[in-house]
Structures are given as structure tokens and as C-alpha cells.
Design a protein around this ligand. Sequence first.
Ligand code: DQA
Length: 158
Amino acid sequence: MARPVAKRILVLHGPNLNLLGTREPAVYGRTTLRELDRRIQRHAAARGVEAVCRQSNHEGQLIDWIQSAGREGFGAIVMNPGALTHYSMGLRDAVSAVPVPVVEVHLSNIHAREEFRRHSVIAAVAQGQISGFGPASYLLGLDAALEAATGRPARRAR
Ligand code: DQA
């Protein structure tokens, strides 16, 4: 039996993603975090769900949000862990500790970049990883998160 429809999806942005728009635009583009969050929320609304977007530069804050996601009624999490992707065992343990599915997303293709970025400590405990599509990584991640939460492909609401 399919799980209940996830009405709320939590979107987490990790360290330095508050600087989107001005941070290394050749790598991360010119879209600001505010614009990105609007795109994500529009995409979610078109599928009949609410996306709640949060950003933190602090590992502990991201861990707290992952731990409370189930209690807060989120059916899935889309997360760009930023540089924490590559070394945070604390974030990895939080992802594997909760039953809420987590989709890992990256703006850039981490597998085509410096050696240290090619390994994710999160990937093995995430539902899956989407990397390299710019802001669209989050939209694809949202559809994947919805599918993971409901067992059904994401569809535009009629
Ligand atoms: C990133 C890739 C990471 O290596 C980097 O530290 C980031 C952003 C991405 O979205 O491409 O902060 O997660």
C-alpha cells in the first residue's frame, strides 16, 4: 500500500548557500537563495505540496532540523549539505537515524570537480543524489522526494 501523500517537504541548504548569486557565479550561477526558494516553492505548489526552505551555516542546526522533520510533519527532505557533504559524519548519522527519506542535491556536478568534492559521506544513507543541474537539481530532488514519500511519481496538480 502506498504511504500517505506528503503535504510538506523540508528543503535544507547548508553552509555558504546563503551567498548564492554572488558566490563563484561561474560554478553556482547568478540565482540568489531567495529566488531559488521561490522556484522550489512554486514547483511544490504546482504539485499540491508545501516546500519549507531553511538555510544554515551550522552543522548542529541542520542536524536538529533533520531530527525534528518527522515531528514537524515533513514527508521527505531535500538537502544540499554544501561542503558538509564531504566530511560530516554527524550529518550522515542524522540522515541514517531518521525514517524520513532524504534526497541529496548539488547545484554543481560534484563528480566533475576537485578530488575532495567527488566523495559524499551522505550519499550512502540518502535515498539518492542529484548533482549538476543548477537550480533544477532542487526541482528534480523535490520530485524524487515526493516519489520517495508517497511511493508514487510526482505529478502536477490539476
Ligand atoms: C555544493 C558542492 C559542494 O562541494 C560545495 O561545498 C557547496 C555547494 C553544490 O551545490 O554544488 O557548497 O553542494
